[in-house]
Design a protein around this ligand. Structure first.
Ligand SMILES: [Cu+2]
Length: 169
């Protein structure tokens, strides 16, 4: 009986210590994600795009390296570049870095998420979830709001002239 009590006491001691020992690992990621939005796609479009803002509230740089979603085969982080006067996009090797204290915006004409192998069209007003993946802080789930095809910014941001042109006068 005596040894059992000692073991119990030892187990309780370990349990009491555990939360402090693991608290740092369980802390939420330091990257804050805001203004996640996407654009409606024409029927049969093979790809879609995702835009968002990343703010690093931590003390170390991190990199957005990709993600996954049920509505597409895979997600790539893309960059735009001029090639002989032609705007092209390609996968950003190594991901997109966000330094401590920095906010990086993924937006039309710049960095963006590419939803490759879109399984269905995206309709204005719907929402879908994406598990973003960061090199250091791991995965985090974000909900994207689908804007109209002509939208150029997240809801609540600058109004899009194309989005207002509903009636085709
Ligand atoms: Cu792209």
């Amino acid at each position: 009986m005596r040894s059992t009590s000692l073991l119990t006491a030892a187990a309780l001691f370990l349990l009491a210590q555990a939360p402090t020992a693991f608290a740092q690992q369980a802390a939420p990621g330091p990257i804050e994600v805001t203004q996640a939005w996407s654009r409606a796609t024409p029927g049969g479009a093979p790809v879609g795009a995702g835009y968002l803002a990343l703010t690093n509230r931590g003390a170390e740089a991190d990199r957005l390296i990709g993600g996954s979603t049920e509505i597409a085969g895979r997600i790539e982080v893309h960059e735009m570049s001029m090639d002989n006067g032609v705007m092209k996009m390609r996968e950003l090797a190594g991901g997109l870095e966000v330094k401590p204290g920095q906010t990086v915006a993924l937006k039309p004409g710049g960095h963006h998420l590419m939803l490759m192998g879109l399984k269905r069209g995206l309709k204005e007003g719907e929402r879908f979830k994406v598990q973003l993946e960061f090199a250091k802080s791991g995965k985090t789930e974000v909900e994207f709001v689908v804007q109209g095809m002509g939208a150029s910014a997240a809801p609540g941001a600058a109004p899009s002239p194309a989005g207002r042109n509903h009636h085709h006068h």
